[in-house]
Structure formats: C-alpha cells, structure tokens
Design a protein around this ligand. Structure first.
Ligand code: HEC
Ligand code: HEC
Ligand code: CA
Ligand code: CA
Ligand code: CA
Length: 503
C-alpha cells in the first residue's frame, strides 16, 4: 500500500511530453512528402492485384494493427494446433505472370502472414523495427544496394519490404520495375471513397504519381528509395500524444492502474517504459516455445536472443483486437492472466526474462491496471480516425462495417441501422463503409452491392426495406441462386424507386 501511494505521488512527474520522432537528416520532412506517403500508404493499387494497401493490415481504429482474423497454421503447417498464429491477410498467391497459384498452405485463398501485424504507431521512435528488429537503422536503397540513410532509417528500411513480399502485396518474384511501373500508371486513390480533406486537396488537379513525386522530390522519377522516404515521412507524423495519460485527465481508477503498472511487484514499467511505454529492447516473456519462432535470434544469431521480441508500445493498446506477435491473446484480461500465469494461460520459461519471475497483482489491482491500459493510453484521435489518423475507405473495406475482415450478419445489422434511403444522406457515424458506391447516401443500390461482397456462411437474409412486396422463397435451395435472386429483386426495386423519383 505504501508503495502504491508513493508512486501515485510521483506520477505527474512522469507525464512529460513525448519527444517528437527522430528524423534522419537524409530524409527531411516536408508536407509534399508527407501527403505523398499518406496516399501511397492507403492505395490498394500498390499491391500486384490491387486488393491490399499498407493500411489494410494497419488499421488506425485498431491502433494501426490488424483487426481481421487470418489464421496461419504455424510451424507444423497443420491448422487447429497450438502453434497456429493469428496473422494478417495479404494477397492470393500468384506467379510472376499474375496467374493464381495453389499455395500449399492457403490454396487459392488469401495468404496469411506468420506474425500478427504490430501497430505502426509504435515504430516511430524505435531504432530497429519489425518484431525481431530486422528493419535496420541504416537504410540500404534496394535498387542500388547503397546506404541511403546512415542511421535512423528503420522506417524507410521497413517500408520497402511489403511491396515485394509475396504473402503481403506481391506476386511471386515481383521486382522493383513492376512496382514502379504500377505506381507510374495508377490513378492515385482510384479505388478508395471518402478521401480525407488533405488527400482530396492534393489530388485536386488530378495529378499522377510522377507529378506528386516531382512535388515531393523535385523530379518525377519513382524509385524504391523515394517510396520508402515518403512512407516513412508520413509515418513520422502519426504521433499519438493526446492520451489521458499525456493530458493529465486520467480518472482515479486509471491513476490507480498506472500505479499498479509502475509497482515493482508488477514490473510492467521495467520493459514498457513511460512515456513511450516501451524501451524498444527485445525481451523473451515466454509467449510460446522458442522453436516455433526464435524472434530476435534469427537476426543476431545469438542463442541469448532466442524467443526475444520487440517490447511493443502500449499507447492505444486498448484499441487492439489481438495481442502478442502471434496474436493468440484476444483481450487485455487474457494478457494480464498471461503475465500472472493464471486462468489457463501458460508461460514458456526457456530463456525467459528475469523480470517475469515473481509478478503478483491482486484482483482489484488487475481491474485498475486493465482500465489504465484500455482507456488511459488511448488517443481519441486514433480511436475516432481524426487527423492525422484519418483515412479513406478502401475498396476492400466496403461492406465490412465492423472491420473484422468478413461481410456477414454483424455487418448486415449495421447496414440496417445505417440505411438512409435514397438520397436522404448524409452518411456518418462509421456508416461510410456501407456506402458501397461512395455517393454519400445508403440506399438499396448499396444493399445490392453489399450482398454481392457477402462472405458469411449462410446467404444474407433479405433487408425488407429493399425487397418490399416480393415473395422471397424460403427453405432449401442453392444459396447462390437465392443470392442472385435477391440481387435481381433489389436491383429491380432500386430501378423502380429511381423511376418514381424521376431519376
Ligand atoms: C498483409 C499485411 C501487411 C501489409 C500489406 C503491410 N504490413 Fe506492415 N506489417 C505486417 C506484419 C505481419 C508485420 C510484422 C512482421 C514482423 O515483424 O515480422 C508488419 C510490420 C510493420 C511495421 C513495423 C512495426 C514495428 O513496430 O515493428 C511497420 C512500420 C509497417 N509494418 C508498415 C507497413 C507499410 C508502410 C506497409 C506498406 C508498404 C505495410 N506495413 C504493409 C503486415 C502488413
Ligand atoms: C520483460 C519485459 C516485459 C515485462 C516485465 C512486461 N512486458 Fe508486456 N510485453 C513485453 C514484450 C516483449 C511483449 C511482446 C511479446 C510478443 O510480441 O510476443 C509484450 C506485450 C505486452 C502486451 C501486448 C501488446 C500488443 O500490442 O500486443 C501488453 C498489453 C503488455 N505487454 C502489458 C504488460 C503488463 C501489463 C505488464 C506488467 C504486468 C508487462 N507487460 C510486463 C515485455 C514485457
Ligand atoms: Ca499449427
Ligand atoms: Ca465484418
Ligand atoms: Ca450509396
């Protein structure tokens, strides 16, 4: 109790402002570069098959991590065993010619990464990133092989990786020439709706990407290094420093939770050091057997690094859906249970960090600790997708109102709540993803398009407002025939509506 009281008195001194993310001198930040980076980050056309943007796997309302459930079968390549990973869904596997390949693990379905996407917003201050730190501080231009940034270029080093990664955004053997040709010819953001104001302004005169590269770099050449420079510049502006912790507006319970976080018996602050809530070191907390994923060891070759992973920031952690590099924990309650080794959560002690030993947190303290992490560290601009954390609606997100990667019954309920009827707009409150054609109202035409991207197990139940007076056959029959029937009925309905309105 004494220790708790002491830390409580000390905490205002800890709430110092976050330092701005370091900027390497070789890549000075400019507004032109930032906006180019933002466009590239959210443009699905950068993937070989135009279905995946950086932002597909790094969703800001999930703190820049991924809320979708992709399952990677893990080292044993068998689904449903303990080593499975909740990863991120990338592209369907294709050969260099763009033909679908029957992947041994994923068939013709979307491939899944073997680690869970960490939140981009934590990487801005780290000298080395990726969960094993393999994106190094020195940035080597992937086209020339020359060191292009001597130090502080981890974001640039990272940004050029996914574009050629066959599981994430690329066909097999994709080359930089392929990526560059794509960027040179794409109409920026052609697939997105609801562009944020700054993106709209940048695209006002219909510039091409080479035009935008000229504004950012002085000449229109699109190169791998410049793509990395622009993406990194954008990422460095994503500073989530308006949490209740930063503003001194934490509730009494959150303050109690911070005290628990700081207490020696919990040891949280030993690795998640305030105010970043990480010291950017690599530690083994024993999430799973080292043999499944050696983490840092693969980068350094040192046995001492076996099972070590980058300590993630806990800023905005309350917005995440999956926790740890394998995404196997689904709530902050489970995370705390994991640290305490209770309620069925196990730790793997091989090479585990000594700070993990002897943690003790009482039941009431656990609730405080969780409340502190869940709300005390959330920047409302991240949660509410406000500038600079705003984003367009991606083509692949349309219909998936709750962002879990499926278009199913949960989204259907939201559709019904969001439905505005023909030309009754405007669309707001998160309904934007259901405005399938982006015309700022949600009508029966959108319902038809919505049923067209349906991925739910059973076909969608009809939406009465869009299927009035048509007897929908119930009972057995091909779901797809039923779907097609529903689609035709709704198109007919829309046409009638339009005709009535004289449109
Ligand atoms: C298919 C999903 C997917 C796509 C697309 C994707 N990422 Fe990632 N990203 C991941 C995964 C998974 C990791 C973690 C991999 C690891 O650490 O081994 C990651 C890691 C990162 C990190 C490191 C974060 C940290 O704290 O270490 C950054 C930054 C990042 N991605 C930015 C980007 C950018 C920029 C793009 C677009 C060029 C992009 N990502 C595209 C899934 C994706
Ligand atoms: C020895 C260092 C260390 C200590 C002590 C520690 N952590 Fe962690 N923490 C980590 C590392 C490393 C990870 C990431 C592990 C991984 O990805 O597999 C992590 C992950 C987490 C995550 C998940 C974050 C995410 O984005 O997935 C939460 C939440 C968390 N820790 C909270 C806590 C709390 C609460 C405590 C105190 C009870 C604590 N940590 C103590 C090193 C530590
Ligand atoms: Ca498995
Ligand atoms: Ca959904
Ligand atoms: Ca619409």
């Amino acid at each position: 109790m004494f220790r708790l009281a002491l830390t409580l008195c000390l905490w205002p001194a800890l709430a110092f402002a976050l330092a701005p993310p370091p900027v390497p001198p070789e890549n000075p930040a400019t507004e032109q570069k930032r906006i180019l980076g933002k466009l590239l980050f959210w443009d699905e056309q950068l993937a070989s098959d135009s279905t995946v943007a950086c932002g597909t796997c790094h969703q800001f309302k999930r703190a820049g991590s991924d809320g979708r459930t992709g399952i990677h079968p893990g080292l044993d390549e068998i689904y449903g065993t303990a080593d499975d990973v909740v990863g991120s869904l990338g592209v369907v596997r294709r050969d260099a010619g763009g033909h679908p390949v029957n992947d041994p693990l994923f068939g013709f379905a979307r491939q899944v990464t073997m680690r869970n996407a960490p939140q981009v917003l934590g990487a801005l201050w780290a000298p080395e990133i990726f969960v094993d730190g393999r994106a190094r501080s020195a940035f080597v231009d992937p086209q020339t092989g020359e060191v292009s940034i001597a130090a502080g270029g981890a974001l640039e080093s990272q940004a050029v990786v996914p574009l050629l990664a066959a599981r994430e955004m690329a066909t097999d053997n994709r080359t930089w020439a392929d990526v560059i040709a794509r960027v040179e010819t794409a109409m920026p953001m052609a697939l997105a709706t609801y562009l944020p104001t700054d993106m709209k302004a940048a695209l006002a005169g219909n510039p091409s990407y080479p035009d935008l590269f000229a504004q950012a770099f002085g000449s229109p050449a699109v190169t791998a290094a410049r793509i990395g420079y622009a993406l990194a510049t954008y990422e460095r502006t994503l500073v989530a420093d308006q949490t209740p912790f930063d503003l001194g507006t934490m509730t009494p319970q959150q303050q109690q939770g911070l005290a628990v976080f700081m207490a020696n018996r919990s040891a949280c602050n030993g690795c998640h050091v305030a105010p970043l809530f990480t010291d950017n070191s690599f530690r083994n907390i024993g999430v799973r057997p080292i043999a499944e994923d050696g983490g840092r060891q693969a980068v350094t070759g040192l046995a001492a690094d076996g099972g070590r992973f980058k300590v993630p920031t806990l800023r905005n952690v309350g917005l995440k859906t999956f926790f740890m590099h394998n995404g196997r924990l689904g709530t902050l309650e489970e995370v705390v249970d994991f640290y305490l080794g209770i309620n069925g959560q196990v730790q793997f002690p091989d090479n585990q960090d000594p700070l993990m030993f002897g943690m003790a947190i009482g039941v009431a303290q656990r609730a405080d600790l969780i409340e502190f992490m869940r709300h005390g560290l959330t920047d409302p601009r991240v949660a509410g997708a406000a500038f600079p954390f705003d984003q367009p609606i991606l083509r692949s997100e349309r219909g998936d109102a709750n962002g879990d990667g499926n278009v199913d019954a949960a989204d259907r309920s939201l559709f019904i709540g969001c439905h505005t009827g023909a030309n009754l707009g405007p669309v707001a409150n998160g309904c934007e993803r259901l405005d399938m054609d982006g015309d700022a109202d949600i009508d029966c035409g959108d319902w038809t398009a919505f049923t067209g991207v349906w991925t739910g197990a059973a076909p969608p139940q009809a939406f009465p407002a869009c299927t009035v007076s048509h007897g929908i056959p119930a009972g057995p029959g091909s779901p797809w025939l039923l779907l097609a029937f529903l689609g035709m009925m709704t198109v007919a309905g829309t046409l009638t509506l339009r005709a009535r309105r004289g449109g």
